[in-house]
Structures are given as structure tokens and as C-alpha cells.
Design a protein around this ligand. Structure first.
Ligand SMILES: [Fe+2]
Ligand SMILES: [Fe+2]
Length: 237
């Protein structure tokens, strides 16, 4: 009798230990995941600061892309990778010389060509990676300046040849550029920018992505109005 109680107690103790080990492992995994995502965002931030951005552009890129992906009903894991890899789209700007990157206006055609190389530079930085998140970052960096009609760069891909993530970030990036004040231009009004996006459907942008974007117009407006900074974005991770 005494022996069986002991056995039972031992079993319970073992179960408790296993439970605790599992919880610890889960916690450690979550922490690694979170710090990994945070590092990726902070890395993107370094590139953005060097180009004299504030980081809010990166937050909006992630938020707009997430909305489009939800509008397209992409699987949860794809939305996750898109959300955290999209802020890396311009990471290749880290290797563009200061005198070109920081020039506010009047870029020569040759200088413009140098800037255009940021998409390939960013892709090179993640070449051969085994991380799914960095593989997505690589694809986005390489393809976010391609255009649906085939007139983009660096490869001049056309239509569905352009990976989906690249097609989504292309729209998010342009929409944010349109609605943001830049040294060489004023910010367009929200509705004007929406109209410009519609006009570019089938030219710069994939019509299906434009449709998904417009289906989330209410949320897009909220993101546009919000002044979420990079620290708040990281805090949401
Ligand atoms: Fe870019
Ligand atoms: Fe951008």
C-alpha cells in the first residue's frame, strides 16, 4: 500500500517536472522569437535613420502590407512573415554612399542608377539564408521596385512573375511615399493618393492587390492618420 502511494507520488512529481520543463521551453522559444523579430526591425531602422527617415515609414509599410495581406486572405504565417520582413525592404540603402543617399534633390541619372542598386544589395545581404523571415526579406528587397507592367527594376519582371510579397510591398511603399512629405514634394491628400493608386492598377500595381487594398480603406485611413512610431511597433511584438 505504502509502496504504491510512493509510486503514484513519483509519477505525479515527474508529470509536474515535465510540465514545468515544457512551460520553460515555451517561454524561452517565445523570447527568442520576439528578440529575433525585434533585431530585424532595429536593423531596418538603422538603414532608415541613415537615409534620414524617422522609422514611421517602416511601421506604416508593415501595417499597410498586413492590411493588404488580410484583404487577400493570406494564411496567418504568410501575414506574419510579410509584416516583419517588409520593414527590411530598403536595407540595401546601407551600402549606398552618403553623398548620393543624402542628396535631397537633383540626382543625376547616374546617381539614380546607384540608388536603384539598393534592391539587389539588400537581396545579396540575405543570400543563402536558411531563415524563412530573412528569405522573405530577400524577396521583398529584390522585388519591391518591380512594376506589374514590366517597367520596374532590377529585373523588369512582369505580372505574376513578381513574387506576391514584392507586389504587396510595392503598393504599400508607393502609397506611403505619396502621402508623406519629402524634400522634393508635398504630401498628397489621402483621397488623391487613393485615386492615384487606382489609376496605376494594372500598370504599376497588380489589380488584385489594389482591390485588396481598397477593400481595407477604412483601416488604411486609420494607419495613415496614426503616428505610430517604431518603439510602439516593437512594443506590439
Ligand atoms: Fe526601395
Ligand atoms: Fe520605402
Amino acid at each position: 500500500m505504502k509502496e504504491s502511494r510512493h509510486k503514484k507520488g513519483g509519477h505525479l512529481e515527474y508529470e509536474e517536472k515535465m510540465k514545468k520543463a515544457y512551460q520553460d521551453l515555451k517561454k524561452a522559444y517565445k523570447e527568442i522569437q520576439e528578440s529575433y523579430r525585434e533585431m530585424v526591425i532595429r536593423l531596418a531602422m538603422i538603414a532608415e535613420y541613415r537615409a534620414e527617415g524617422t522609422g514611421t515609414h517602416l511601421v506604416r509599410i508593415a501595417d499597410y502590407s498586413t492590411e493588404v495581406a488580410q484583404g487577400l486572405r493570406l494564411p496567418k504565417h504568410d501575414i506574419y512573415y510579410l509584416r516583419y520582413a517588409s520593414p527590411m525592404h530598403d536595407i540595401g540603402k546601407l551600402v549606398i554612399p552618403d553623398k548620393i543617399l543624402k542628396k535631397k534633390t537633383g540626382l543625376t541619372p547616374q546617381e539614380r542608377e546607384v540608388i536603384k542598386k539598393h534592391s539587389s544589395f539588400g537581396a545579396d545581404a540575405f543570400k543563402g539564408t536558411r531563415s524563412r523571415l530573412l528569405q522573405v526579406a530577400r524577396v521583398i528587397s529584390l522585388t519591391h521596385h518591380e512594376r506589374f507592367d514590366g517597367t520596374g527594376y532590377p529585373q523588369g519582371l512582369r505580372g505574376k512573375q513578381i513574387p506576391l510579397f514584392g507586389r504587396i510591398v510595392a503598393l504599400a511603399d508607393v502609397f506611403d511615399a505619396l502621402t508623406t512629405k519629402r524634400p522634393y514634394k508635398e504630401a498628397y491628400d489621402f483621397e488623391v493618393a487613393i485615386r492615384m493608386v487606382k489609376e496605376e492598377s494594372g500598370r504599376h500595381f497588380d489589380p488584385e492587390i489594389v482591390k485588396a487594398f481598397l477593400s481595407r480603406k477604412k483601416r488604411i485611413r486609420e494607419i495613415w492618420q496614426a503616428t505610430k512610431n517604431i518603439e510602439s511597433f516593437i512594443a506590439e511584438i
